[in-house]
Ligand binder design. Sequence first.
Ligand code: PEP
Ligand code: MN
Length: 346
Amino acid sequence: MIIVMRPDATPDQVEHVKMLVREQGLKDHPIVGTDLTVVAVIGDDRRKDKGVFEQAPGVDRVVPILAPYKMAARETRPTKTQVRIGSNCVFGGVQIPVVAGPCSVESEAKLLEVSRMIKAAGASAIRGGAFKPRTNPYSFQGLGEEGLKYLAEAREETGLPIITEVLNIADVELVAKYADCLQIGTRNSQNFKLLEACGRQPKPVLLKRGMAMTIDEFLQAAEYILAEGNPNVILCERGIRTFEDHTRNTLSLSAIPELHHRTHLPVVSDPSHGTGHARLVADMSRASIAAGADGLLLEVHQDPQHAMTDGAQSITPAALAELMPSLARVAEAVDRRCDALVGAGV
Ligand code: PEP
Ligand code: MN
């Protein structure tokens, strides 16, 4: 960090600040300018409280230099991290996987049916919530472990890996037993104990951006998982709350290149929650790929009008099949690939 002194700071005040820096086990490097003095702090100050310096007399402001996250930072790892889920679905490589499936697992028959259709349409992985975070306590809360079993069956049947949400620490082991990748939803994105628990288990984690989270906070949340020893974190931009109400959330497309600038972790986009309207999903999927997304997370339902959750934003398997070729064309324009998996005739 750099401590900027006020123009009228006295030499004693500068000396005091230098002493405070050394007290913290860091080195001070004062730079005396014509108008004011700044004290550069040398050393890793991320664990230090910058408030200590802001309180000192004569200090104007404190400017952090190091990102507050370390393992997630681009500088720590110049090459992009590739996260593999299942045997051949890789996020962060040239190929851009499409993860598709219903918001919630509703029944065994419906999940198996939509999973076959999704595979035939060309998706690389299946999504579906067994534990649902609902705003209203009386809304459908998901099928729980029964839903996880159906997801495992869908994987068995299609060969596609599955991503599903874990809502609390007590369920981490259970969800990890069935899932190929654990999803942490927007509402839990700063549930630090849950992040740590997911960091201590071996399955990859798809971390959604909190709906009111800055990019810095998002990366610090990812750092909680990484710091516990799990390097396989996929970030997901799923829209944030703004004043705009023509969409359910505002899908922050510029967050995608900005995240790539700051981190080596793969970044996927969720245009379903990011817009809330099925009619916007295709365009925002293409735009996400153009903006550098390493994957897409799409809600797909065979009968959106009867979906138990998020029907308004769910596209049909037919719409997905229609979308795939144009995703491939956009991917090609940005030197990527978004090839449809060849459906096994299902
Ligand atoms: C979901 O993926 O169905 C979901 C609940 O997402 P989010 O946490 O982004 O709202
Ligand atoms: Mn949903």
